[in-house]
Design a protein around this ligand. Sequence first.
Ligand code: ZN
Length: 116
Amino acid sequence: MSEVPPTANETTESPLCPFCSGRGTVFAFVDGIRDGRRCGWQQNIKCSICEGTGRVTPARAAAIQEGERRRQDRINRRLSGREEAARLGIDPIHLNALEHGRRTDWPVSAKESDHE
Ligand SMILES: [Zn+2]
């Protein structure tokens, strides 16, 4: 067995979007105005990760996986997104985008220990 990484070009098809499981839509809570009053409801909206295609590029899938791993790690450390963003010295919105694979520019920090 050679040690070819599993991400090598063996897939002819893009991976399914992990966020919507390939459906292209997600059931989400939507904020809006109805009859002049602010309200919210649940509805199917186009998936913002794959933009409704249900597929992502392998690079995108990897970014989403990495973000999810970091998010779980943060939750294990009982930090809110805001606290973690402050710790990393970035904007909470930036952190949110990173955790959802919309961005990949994780800050490199010496404090960021891969503990365990
Ligand atoms: Zn999707």
